[in-house]
Design a protein around this ligand. Structure first.
Ligand SMILES: CC(C)(COP(=O)(O)OP(=O)(O)OC[C@H]1O[C@@H](n2cnc3c(N)ncnc32)[C@H](O)[C@@H]1OP(=O)(O)O)[C@@H](O)C(=O)NCCC(=O)NCCS
Length: 183
C-alpha cells in the first residue's frame, strides 16, 4: 500500500451532519493508541499490537499522510478512515486501485458514524480523482464491515483465502454525473 499521491493534501476539514473528517493532530495520540491496541477493533485484522509498543513507537502526530482521515465527534477522535493506493495488492483486480479502510473505537460502533464518515471520504475522493474505482478487502466473517461495505455500494469481486481466513474483495464503481448509471 502507498499513500494517495496526486491529491491536494491536506484538504479542508470535511464536515458532515454529525462528524468532522480532518488530518491527525497531536491531541489524537491517545485515541490512536486505544485504536491500535484494542483487541476488539483488531478481531478480524490479525490481532492488536501490544499497547506498550504502540505507546513507544507512535509518532507525536500519528498517521499523518495523504488519505488518512481522523474522524471526530464532538471534538474528540472516534475513528480513522484510510484511503490508500493498493500497489502490490495480492489480488490483481485490486492492484494499483484506491483502497478504503476504516477503524472505529468500539464505543462509537452502532450509530452509523462509520457509514457517515466513509461516505464523506468517498465523496471527497470522487471530487479529487473523478472516475476512480475504489476497492475494499475485509474478512467475510467481519459482519459489521461486510454490512458497511454493502451500504457504501461495494459489490463482490471475489473471495480468497489469506492470513488464515476467507477475505472478501469488493469494488465500488465511480459515481456518475447526476447519479445516473450508464446504460
Ligand atoms: C467495521 C466498523 C467500522 C463498522 O462500524 P458500525 O458502527 O457497525 O458501522 P455503521 O456506521 O455502518 O453503523 C451501522 C450500525 O449503526 C446503526 N445506526 C444507529 N443510528 C444510525 C444512523 N443514524 N444512521 C445509520 N446507522 C445507524 C445501524 O442500525 C447499524 O447497527 P447494526 O449493525 O446493529 O445494524 C466497526 O465495526 C469497526 O471499526 N470494526 C473494527 C475495524 C475493522 O474491522 N475494520 C474493517 C477493516 S477494512
Amino acid at each position: 500500500m502507498e499513500n494517495l499521491s496526486s491529491v491536494e493534501w491536506p484538504p479542508e476539514p470535511i464536515v458532515t451532519e454529525r462528524l468532522v473528517l480532518r488530518v491527525s493532530e497531536t491531541r489524537d495520540r491517545a485515541a490512536f493508541v486505544e485504536l491500535l491496541a484494542s483487541p476488539e477493533v483488531h478481531t478480524y485484522l490479525g490481532g492488536p499490537r501490544p499497547r506498550d509498543e504502540v505507546e513507544r513507537e507512535l509518532p507525536g502526530v500519528p498517521e499523518r499522510w495523504p488519505g488518512s482521515f481522523v474522524v471526530e465527534l464532538d471534538g474528540a477522535m472516534i475513528g480513522q478512515v484510510l484511503l490508500r493506493r493498493a500497489t502490490g495488492h495480492r489480488r490483481p483486480a485490486a492492484a494499483g486501485k484506491a483502497d478504503l479502510g476504516y477503524l472505529f473505537l468500539p464505543r462509537a460502533w452502532g450509530f452509523g458514524y462509520a457509514f457517515e464518515a466513509c461516505s464523506a471520504a468517498l465523496g471527497w475522493l470522487d471530487g479529487e480523482l473523478p472516475g476512480e474505482p475504489v476497492v475494499l478487502a475485509t474478512q467475510s466473517a467481519n459482519v459489521a464491515s461486510m454490512r458497511l461495505a454493502a451500504k457504501l455500494g461495494f459489490t463482490e469481486v471475489e473471495r480468497f483465502e489469506a492470513w488464515g481466513a476467507e477475505q472478501w474483495l469488493g469494488m465500488r464503481s465511480p459515481a456518475t454525473p447526476g447519479g445516473v448509471l450508464p446504460q
